[in-house]
Design a protein around this ligand. Structure first.
Ligand code: ATP
Ligand code: MG
Length: 402
């Protein structure tokens, strides 16, 4: 058992000692069997939420209406969810009703793919009611039950299929793939934020080209924001030499570059429609500007390096390298480190100093002068020292006042 399971074992032991069943389930079981690192340990139990809460000292109702209780008695919190069935799904995304049940099989049946429908006892024994182990060996993603029905219940599962294809390097079994093709348009029923998470995971997966192949083959991409007319772009990125995207920022920068957007307004509206954060929009916009400069001139000026900042520069260079025009990251780091200053707060004088010296009065002019001083320092025209900067500030102020 991985250490994460060892640590959570007392929880299962406690629930079992009280006469209920409890198992590790979901992605953590799948990843353990695949020998991959696991992120979240999910426990499923026959005990009802009130019964679970009665067995532990410290619990939090993190999703009590779906049967999820967080148990804090053993180190970090562990989420425990009561076996349940789901029904309704009139909106193609969420069940109208959740019913708690005592049967593991019923709970595993509602899960999306056979490899995600495995359970593991605290002693490591695997319970495989839907031939998930066989599919895992064969590298196959297969819907549990009738694929068509499962995607009608929850259209997000189609995105999860292509995402897992990329993360695991698996093939989508043909009936499951056909059901995605037939129901792709249902993706528009899903909240963009949820689609986005799967899209980012697909692009950051180990085998993104495999995920993209499924996305194109099933035409699922046509129902993603701004993607309907992007088939050629997808084919272009699928043909690039093997690539891997390390961060969400680089993922969106990569896409924006591949889409050949013409200005930052287009970037903004794309990312707004994907409901990304403003922080991400700013980062991608800065990286995109640096990419344009890199593409045109192969290197960046001191001002461009400074204005972009190291995080977005790193993103830009990562993406430039995927498209064949980047630099060694160490060279870019060195160029940045060689700037006279890396941060505007490192300027040897500030607004207060200029006021004390009676060079300026508070107001917009002060900001302009500070900006000019900054540019002069960054580009090496003046040393970042008080006398030199004071003198330059005075000259600029005098010219402005003339
Ligand atoms: P990850 O490694 O990204 O966490 P995961 O498979 O664990 O992947 P989670 O969203 O953490 O994904 O879900 C945990 C488990 O819950 C899944 O393995 C699956 O059994 C079930 N599950 C999650 N989302 C769905 C869904 N949309 N439909 C059916 N079952 C789902
Ligand atoms: Mg998970």
């Amino acid at each position: 058992l991985p250490t994460e399971f060892q640590q959570a074992k007392p929880i299962i032991d406690t629930i079992e000692a009280a006469g209920y069943e409890a198992y590790f389930v979901g992605g953590s079981v799948r990843d353990t069997i695949l020998g991959k690192p696991i992120h979240d340990v999910d426990i499923a139990t026959s005990a009802f939420p009130a019964e679970v809460k009665g067995l532990f000292k410290r619990t939090v109702d993190t999703g009590i209406e779906h049967g999820t209780v967080m148990i804090l008695d053993h180190g970090q919190g562990y989420e425990t969810t009561t076996f349940r069935t789901e029904s309704g799904y009139q909106d193609f995304r969420r069940p109208d009703q959740v019913t708690f049940v005592r049967s593991l099989k019923e709970d595993l049946k509602r899960r999306d793919f056979t490899i995600n429908a495995l359970a593991m006892r605290a002693n490591g024994e695997v319970i495989d009611l839907f031939d998930g182990l066989q599919d895992m060996d064969a590298g196959v993603l297969r819907a549990v039950g009738v694929a068509e029905d499962r995607f009608h219940e929850d259209a997000l599962r189609m995105m999860r299929a292509v995402r897992f294809a990329s993360q695991l390097g698996f093939t989508i079994e043909s009936e499951t793939a056909q059901a995605i093709t037939d129901n792709a348009a249902l993706l528009t029923k899903i909240a963009v934020e949820r689609t986005r998470v799967e899209w980012e995971k697909l692009l950051m997966g180990h085998d993104p080209v495999r995920g993209l192949q499924s996305l194109v083959a099933t035409e699922l991409y046509r129902y993603m924001p701004h993607m309907a007319d992007q088939k050629a772009m997808l084919q272009t990125i699928m043909a690039l030499p093997a690539w891997q995207l390390p961060t969400i920022n680089s993922t969106w920068t990569f896409l924006v570059w591949a889409m050949d957007l013409q200005d930052s307004t287009d970037i903004r509206s794309l990312l707004k429609d994907w409901k990304t954060s403003n922080e991400l929009i700013d980062h991608v916009t800065a990286a995109w500007k640096a990419l344009n400069a890199l593409k045109q001139r192969g290197q960046l000026t001191a001002s461009e390096l400074f204005d972009t900042g190291l995080p977005a520069l790193t993103t830009a260079n990562t993406v430039a390298n995927l498209f064949g025009f980047g630099q060694a990251q160490a060279d870019m780091d060195a160029a940045y480190a060689a700037l006279p200053i890396q941060d505007k707060h490192a300027l040897a004088v500030n607004g207060g100093d200029l006021i004390k010296q009676q060079i300026v009065t508070p107001g917009p002019q002060m900001g302009q002068i500070l900006q000019q001083l900054l540019t002069a320092v960054v580009t090496g025209q003046v040393k970042n020292e008080v006398p030199a900067l004071t003198e330059l500030a005075r000259m600029i102020a005098d010219t402005k006042n003339d």
